[in-house]
Design a protein around this ligand. Structure first.
Ligand code: CTP
Ligand code: MG
Length: 237
């Protein structure tokens, strides 16, 4: 089943503290952005990519795509000051229907099998998001004093990709814009339509490169995956 991926890449990486967009930081001699794009470049089901970028970074990103042989990017659109606006620009640029995935450019470790399942579930049900179950004990404490220990088995930590039938996502984005609602992910916008959103179980290594510690973890993951390629008898991480 074919899909198009929309990738917000127009952030400034404040929490990483590099002083510039963290997506340009290199893991194993390749920018984080390219690691993420590579996953989709290699997936035959991915028929196109739309990237939201800062206008000032457009040329640099364009030449990186050439340098690293990323061929599926159909459009580089101007991102906004909020992530949701960057995704909205991608949605406007697509306008074709089918299945679309929204995926953070800062998550290079998404697995192919999770992408596959998200696409299947979105095709059948309209909306599917990647998530993992909470591992720690969870408490509800709005002012720092515990009110309740929440049943962990019912809680999910949500990641990207989030997959949708294009018409569902477009309707959700239009409604959010008309009502000036700002959510933290695309699922929230779809939930506001009253459309059910299914969770597809993802992996704990699909981390977002957000702070310096994430880079350390990222380096380890890459080395481990490289090791797995060289020696297929090793356990996959
Ligand atoms: N993003 C975007 N447009 C924005 C803000 C974020 O396209 N206005 C993108 C980022 O480039 C990233 C993804 O959304 O790929 C997830 O955002 P996040 O991890 O928060 O990245 P930044 O916003 O860059 O980092 P920070 O919040 O620490 O500044
Ligand atoms: Mg941010």
């Amino acid at each position: 089943m074919e899909y198009t991926v929309m990738m917000p890449a127009a952030g400034s990486g404040q929490r990483m503290g590099a002083g510039y967009n963290k997506l340009f930081l290199e893991l194993d001699d390749k920018p984080i952005l390219i690691h993420t794009l590579d996953v989709f470049e290699k997936d035959p089901a991915c028929v196109g990519m739309i990237l939201a970028v800062k206008p000032a970074e457009r040329e640099r990103i364009q030449s990186m795509l050439t340098q690293f042989s990323i061929t599926k990017v159909k459009a580089l659109v101007a991102g906004g000051s909020e992530r949701q606006q960057s995704v909205a620009a991608c949605i406007r640029a697509h306008g074709e229907g089918g299945i679309v995935l929204v995926h953070d450019a800062a998550r290079p470790f998404i697995s192919q099998s999770v992408i596959y399942e998200l696409v299947q579930v979105a095709k059948e049900h309209g909306a599917a998001i990647a998530g993992v179950q909470a591992k720690d004990t969870m408490k509800f404490a709005p002012v720092g004093i515990v009110e309740e220990t929440v049943d962990r088995s019912k809680l999910w930590i949500i990641q990207t990709p989030q997959a949708f039938q294009y018409t569902v996502l477009q309707k959700a984005a239009e409604k959010a814009e008309a009502e000036a609602f700002l959510g933290t992910d695309e699922s929230m916008l779809v939930e506001r339509l009253g459309h059910p959103v299914r969770i597809v179980e993802s992996t704990y290594d699909n981390v977002k490169m957000t702070t310096q510690e994430d880079l350390v973890f990222g380096e380890i993951l890459l080395r481990r995956r490289q090791g797995n390629k060289d020696d297929s008898s090793r356990t996959r991480f």
